[in-house]
Design a protein. Structure first.
Length: 661
């Protein structure tokens, strides 16, 4: 095995030089476990209004701030719901996107029902869009998407249409934001998966994927006929249209550059059939997101990296971003929304010294206003310092990571702090420099937190992501193990006081750590984990069909396409319960529609049979994402008690008191 080495990003150098003058305060656990005080914010098309969705004690309030009057002009109580999005359709209407876990008679299992609620700011009335549309197919998710706004104010929304006795088709409906009524606009087909519309609201681009034929097709409408743009044979969804060009003569999609690392770029396909790689590409970064307006016209791109970076289609947005980023250097700056005329832009910012906050930039003249902090109960002195780091895996691959240390400490060898390892979910995701509520809680309580971006993570090029293919419990897990060893051998963390905590795929990785490296961890906690891969694939096949591209995708990334029973069992933690040495905490919501609650039940039964120390916390009403304050707080309370007990036993003292610098 190669000698471990760690490189700390220079971005953290300012924080590293700071020393605390007093013991860091410890806010109550509710300050971290509940949803943020400010859940979401959005600027209106005119820039004159800002919608603020606030939360306190599981209750939501929507406030409208008038930027000219500098005062709150409207306030609405919001019924308990899981809010998924917030935006203005115009200055008169605010749209709340929400969901709830439910069941429908005649359909198997639970699903996440979603909806859009329109609030008229002039009369204070609210209406659920499409709620009276009787032709909607029952038991579908995804209702509430908006793909266009017409000059009349009506909204265009895609939805499955048809009865339970027939095969549904994916259509576009036109919704009145005041009455909520929906009307048929454009009919699609059963294999239609997305739509893009013209400024006038006419269907312009249609995407389809046929699972039976393994065929993806993107088409555009020339006013008379549909014409093929892309026609690709693929067992998985190969590409996706992400935006229309502003001249409506083409569309954008994300492609992989022809280089060793395989970083992505934004490519353009014109309606005359020609394609071209756009100028939107950056060395050493992927396209993390494509920004569009409400009509899905291209606005700009967000690049991946420890800190996000942007390129915009118009100079005004570029100038705004440059102004804000120069004012807050070496800072996470995320563009949230903007006025149609670019007079106002709203950003979310995390500078590493305090909780993240919402920043309004008004132009002519330039003016910056901090509207609110995301959390009101966590003072700057309680915020753990966040660092970007890299370490070498045993095969020499460089692994990016995020480190969070207790407030008031310096990052230095010999700290030997108790450590929490937090592999992310996905696994097609990655951790970045940001305020992470779970990492910040544990750092505040005195723990060193490691978030490894193991191979298979997104954001670091296609080659890095592909390196994780078929490496569940293999090299992906080795990367996590090597991260632990890198931190302990460098003296940052105490090798005798390490706990691994993860959710979803991260929960799988936590269980795999307990099963395959049992001497490495003092405790193992898994939230909504996958434990039995064979059972998971059976569930995917049942829900989506054996020929579904999603089944092919999971078989590929789990086992490189080798989905035989023997292979899947060889990498399933539930098959290795006898190997566990550390106590295990399982936490799972019974309303989880992504990873079945049965996965945790299977794991608990296996550990019980093996005579191991295991506890299962069942979250009533909990979904896969811990979307409400009640289940999130219950999760954090269970984790806090579990980790404190077992790492304190290892140390012979209580590690939940932050070290005195």
């Amino acid at each position: 095995m190669k000698l471990f080495s760690i490189v700390i990003n220079a971005m953290a150098a300012i924080c590293m030089s700071l020393a605390a003058s007093a013991q860091a305060p410890q806010p109550p656990i509710e300050a971290y476990g509940e949803l943020p005080s400010l859940v979401e914010a959005e600027v209106s098309p005119s820039g004159n209004r800002i919608a603020l969705l606030l939360q306190k004690n599981a209750s939501f309030v929507l406030r409208i701030y008038d930027a000219k009057e500098r005062a709150i002009t409207h306030q609405f109580g919001v019924e308990p719901m899981k809010v998924r999005g917030l935006f203005f359709s115009d200055d008169k209407h605010v749209i709340l996107q929400a969901s709830e876990t439910t069941q429908t008679w005649g359909f198997r299992g639970k699903y996440e029902y979603s909806a859009a609620i329109s609030i008229n700011l002039e009369n204070g009335k609210s209406k659920q869009l499409l709620s009276r549309e009787g032709s909607l197919y029952p038991a579908q998710s995804g209702i509430g998407r908006v793909i266009g706004r017409l000059a009349s104010g009506d909204l265009l929304m895609p939805a499955w249409v048809g009865s339970s006795r027939s095969q549904p088709h994916y259509d576009i409906l036109k919704a009145d934001p005041d009455s909520g009524h929906g009307r048929k606009h454009t009919r699609g087909f059963h294999d239609t998966i997305d739509w893009f519309v013209s400024t006038e609201g006419e269907a312009l681009v249609r995407e389809s994927y046929d699972d039976d034929k393994d065929k993806y097709v993107a088409e555009y409408h020339d006013g008379k006929n549909w014409n093929a743009l892309l026609d690709i044979d693929s067992a998985e969804l190969p590409v996706s249209i992400v935006a229309l060009t502003n001249d409506e003569k083409g569309a954008f999609f994300v492609s992989v550059r022809d280089d060793e690392e395989g970083f992505s770029a934004l490519s353009r396909i014109n309606f005359d059939g020609s394609t071209q790689e756009s100028t939107y590409a950056r060395e050493g970064a992927d396209i993390g997101a494509v920004l569009t307006d409400i009509n899905r016209r291209f606005v700009g791109v967000k690049y991946t990296g420890t800190l996000p970076a942007y390129d915009f289609a118009d100079d005004v947005l570029q100038e705004s971003y440059t102004f804000v980023s120069s004012t807050f250097p070496n800072t996470m700056i995320e563009l949230d929304s903007w006025a149609d005329d670019r007079s106002s832009m709203l950003y979310r910012v995390f500078d590493g010294f305090k909780v993240d906050f919402w920043l309004l930039h008004q132009r002519n003249p330039d003016k910056l206003t901090i509207l609110a902090y995301s959390r009101t109960d966590i003072p700057p002195e309680a915020v753990g310092q966040v660092f970007a780091a890299k370490y070498l895996a045993r095969d020499g691959l460089e692994i990016p990571a995020i480190l969070t240390i207790p407030p008031g400490t310096n990052l230095e060898a010999g700290m030997k702090l108790p450590m929490i390892v937090m592999p992310h979910g996905g696994p097609a995701a990655h951790d970045t420099y940001d305020f992470d509520w779970l990492a910040q809680f544990f750092a505040n309580r005195g723990y060193f937190v490691l978030q490894p971006n193991f191979r298979g993570s997104t954001g670091f090029g296609q080659a890095f992501e592909d390196a994780g293919q078929g490496e569940w419990a293999g090299k992906m897990q080795d990367d996590i193990t090597d991260g632990v060893n890198a931190m302990t051998s460098s003296g940052y963390a105490d090798p005798d006081r390490v706990c691994i905590i993860g959710a979803s795929y991260g929960g799988y990785a936590a269980l795999a750590g307990g099963a395959f490296t049992p001497d490495l961890y003092r405790c193992v906690a898994a939230i909504a984990p996958v434990a039995d891969l064979e059972k998971m694939l059976r569930t995917e096949s049942r829900d989506h069909g054996r020929d579904s591209w999603s089944v092919t995708y999971w078989e590929r990334i789990m086992a490189d396409g080798d989905a035989r029973r023997e292979k899947l069992r060889s990498i399933s933690p539930s098959e290795f319960a006898d190997s566990f040495k550390a106590p295990v905490l399982l936490i799972h919501g019974i309303d989880d529609t992504v990873v079945e609650y049965d996965q945790s039940r299977i794991m608990k039964r296996a550990l019980d049979r093996a005579g191991k120390d295991v506890d299962l916390v069942k979250l009533k009403g909990g979904d896969h994402w811990l979307s409400d304050s009640e289940t999130r707080l219950a999760t954090l309370q269970a984790l806090d008690a579990f980790v404190s007990e077992h790492l304190a036993q290892a140390a012979g003292s209580n590690p939940t008191t932050a070290p005195t610098p």
